[in-house]
Design a protein around this ligand. Structure first.
Ligand SMILES: *[C@@H]1O[C@H](CO)[C@@H](O)[C@H](O)[C@H]1NC(C)=O
Length: 213
């Protein structure tokens, strides 16, 4: 075979292996126009995927902490960050003003790992055996919260505290205990009967959290 033919053959092989068509198995960037499902969103056409799909700039700044919990959670879950679709991973930013609290909540779909980047955060979770695991975390310290367990974070510094939390799911879900009890129209008598709290406390919390009934 003449030399130029060999060169041509090699260039062909090189080209076919270096074009930008990603394997269909490499990723499945969410097509947010489609429906979500337990296995994630359907995939955006790979040819239309760009680096922007794998970058999220929304955590560079924190959320507004002027609210009743003096805290803000800024999520980069699949709904905000389509590139994490199907990868079993996501992230969020916590901002806690002095006195700020991320109230008791659970992520039904994911374990969580937290790293403190500013201030001091007291964090804890309760196991299904009702054992409490509580720790005051300083900058650089990391704590893990096992999937589905109720947990919370409190700013115990005199300054604004920050943390980043990562999840073992693109859609960790979020259920806040007080919202489940006091931010809907479940009749107050039934809330009292099922929680053993007194009616006055329930009505007060429903007033604060926007519940009725
Ligand atoms: C933060 O939220 C408060 C209360 O809703 C509002 O008054 C304030 O303007 C917001 N601050 C910013 C910077 O958006």
């Amino acid at each position: 075979m003449p030399r130029w033919q060999i060169l041509f053959l090699f260039s062909l092989i090189f080209l076919s292996s270096s074009t930008s068509n990603a394997s269909v198995n490499d990723f499945c960037v969410a097509d947010l126009k489609g429906p979500d499902s337990p296995s994630g969103y359907t995939c955006k056409i790979p040819a239309k995927v760009t680096v922007s799909d794998f970058v999220f700039s929304g955590l560079a700044k924190g959320g507004n902490t002027t609210n009743i919990i003096s805290a803000a959670v800024t999520p980069a879950f699949v709904a905000q960050f389509p590139g994490v679709n199907g990868l079993g991973i996501s992230i969020a930013r916590l901002d806690l003003a002095p006195g700020g609290v991320i109230p008791f909540h659970t992520h039904p779909g994911a374990s969580e790992i937290l790293v403190v980047t500013r201030g001091i955060i007291k964090a804890g979770f309760v196991s299904s055996a009702n054992t409490v695991y509580l720790k005051t975390l300083h900058k650089g310290e990391v704590m893990v919260f096992p999937q589905g367990l109720l947990h919370f974070q409190v700013n115990v510094a005199k300054i604004h505290s920050n943390a980043f939390v990562s999840f073992s799911s693109a859609s960790p879900g979020l259920q806040i205990l007080d919202s489940a009890l006091f931010a809907n129209d479940l009749p107050s008598e039934l809330v009292a009967q099922t929680t053993f709290l007194d009616l006055a406390t329930i009505k007060k919390l429903k007033g604060v959290l926007g519940g009725t009934g």
